[in-house]
Design a protein around this ligand. Structure first.
Ligand code: ATP
Ligand code: MN
Length: 466
């Protein structure tokens, strides 16, 4: 072992008086007549390890000398022995023989003194907030879920594809885009001349991608099962608790798979991720359950074992209308389901996750497979309690004539889709896929209510510091 055992590893050991070294940050220091108790956390797990310093150690003045500088937030190294702890709730503690203050955190200046700061306050301290219980737990769950996503797909024969972040196609239709330019816009504005994008880096307008799907479809038509997992950008000015300007998205795409298979994989995927969080992040989930979202664990356990309900859009709208519930936006057939509708369907009508299929073609993207009724497309959204849409997907239109017709109907620039149409010209296959917003998944799994709190550095309208 080239690295010292972490606190997580130490706490998993049988305490037998073995010599240990602990490095981390002080969470609290408490003094009694006989001893000083120092709680240390190194982020390896939710739990702290407790170091106990006897108040009087013969010939160990240095130990007491180091103590005054040891305050909440300071970094320290302690050396001692791992012994069974008499305190309840912890198996082991460290009987400290040596202590070294590495980096001080003066109490009059270090901002994280209180036990519980508001999430709003902590958002202004993105560089320090990860030292709190909440953000440490979010970071660990985020890591485990990212790993689980790769595990899920790799174990099922999917290949991980890196799709581009810069795109010159402005008609993906998934949301407002950020423009990318190398032109000196200020100088052009001063000159009074119009902007000539032929002089721009790519010779035309370019943007940050809103989805990797169209690009990953090309790989799907050769490798059969593929997925992307990368950053995605939308100039959403909506300022909701569910939208970021920069977020991560997972987009699997499967050849020879129709809507039914797509629903099955999406369901298995969500259940796999939720089960993994419950088993491998149990300590962090227990914290979220107690402090952030009471009942979280039970609701996740239910999601992991209950089959998802299926419902067509048409039935969903009928149920919404029949409910006579008060909505800000009155639902009708043809409307884009609002978050309030989605929540109502999953929380009140179904009482669990639900897959809604066959949406009106007018409210969905051009590439979705057109159904025989001429009105709907083979779309599927997965809705979950607490915020609604977590996954949006569909079977793709794979018939050249129908896809071309749709592009014409919507007056999209056909030239720009030449390569995409080629996939339908040569060896076309039925295929399906979906997009899972990574941060939406994390909100669901952790119970955190604001999407800005499940990504290390949130980017949203007027928020891009750090
Ligand atoms: P919504 O209606 O919630 O804005 P959407 O219909 O725009 O979502 P899609 O284009 O289908 O979403 O994108 C696929 C997934 O990406 C969504 O199901 C969601 O999980 C996630 N997502 C979409 N927009 C955002 C955003 N601005 N921030 C974070 N996640 C997002
Ligand atoms: Mn959106």
């Amino acid at each position: 072992m080239t690295l010292l055992p972490t606190i997580k590893e130490l706490l998993a050991m049988e305490p037998e008086g073995q010599k240990v070294v602990v490095r981390g940050w002080v969470r609290t220091k408490r003094e009694t007549k006989q001893s000083v108790f120092i709680e240390i956390n190194d982020g390896s797990c939710f739990s702290n390890i407790q170091g106990v310093v006897a108040a009087s150690l013969p010939g160990k003045d240095t130990l007491k000398e180091a103590l005054p500088g040891i305050s909440t937030g300071a970094s320290v190294e302690i050396r001692g022995t791992l012994i069974p702890s008499p305190a309840k709730g912890q198996k082991a503690e460290v009987s400290v023989q040596e202590i070294e203050l590495i980096g001080e955190a003066p109490a009059d200046r270090y901002p994280l003194q209180k036990k519980a700061h508001s999430l709003e306050f902590l958002r202004e301290l993105a560089h320090l907030r990860v030292r709190t219980n909440t953000f440490g737990a979010v970071a660990r769950v985020r890591n485990r879920m990212a790993f689980a996503i790769h595990q899920f797909f790799q174990e099922r024969g999917f290949y991980y594809i890196h799709t581009p972040i810069i795109t010159t196609s402005d008609a993906e239709g998934a949301g407002a885009m950020f423009q990318v330019t190398a032109l000196d816009l200020e100088a052009i504005a001063k000159s009074g001349k119009p902007v000539d994008y032929e002089k721009d880096f790519f010779g035309k307008k370019a943007y940050l991608t809103v989805s990797g799907q169209l690009n990953v479809e090309t790989y799907c038509q050769a490798l059969s099962r593929v997925y992307t997992f990368g950053p995605t950008f939308r100039a959403e000015n909506s300022n909701t608790t569910r939208h970021l300007a920069e977020f991560w998205m997972i987009e699997p795409e499967m050849a020879f798979v129709e809507l039914e298979g797509n629903i099955a994989i999406a369901t298995e995927f969500i259940q796999f991720l939720v089960s993994t969080a419950l088993t491998d992040c149990a300590e962090d989930i227990a914290f979220f359950d107690q402090r952030v979202q009471p009942g979280l664990r039970e609701s996740l356990e239910k999601v992991a074992r209950t089959p998802f309900t299926h419902m067509t859009y048409t039935d969903a709208v009928r149920e919404l209308e029949a409910s006579r519930a008060e909505f800000e936006f009155t639902p009708y057939w043809g409307c884009d389901l609002q978050s309030e509708h989605e929540k109502f369907i999953t929380e009140k009508i179904v009482g669990g996750p639900v897959v809604v299929t066959d949406y009106p073609k007018e409210i969905k993207a051009f590439y979705m497979k057109q159904n025989k009724d001429g009105k709907t497309v083979a779309a599927m959204d997965v809705l979950v309690p607490r915020f609604g849409e977590i996954i949006g997907g569909s079977e793709r239109e794979w018939r050249l004539d129908l896809l071309e017709k749709r592009i014409d109907e919507l007056d999209l620039p056909k030239e720009a889709y030449g390569w995409y149409l080629d996939l339908r010209r040569f060896g076309s296959t039925p295929h399906s896929g979906f997009g899972l917003g990574f941060e939406r998944l994390l909100m669901f799994v952790t119970g955190m209510a604001n999407i800005r709190d499940v990504i290390p550095y949130p980017r949203a309208a007027r928020q891009a510091d750090f």
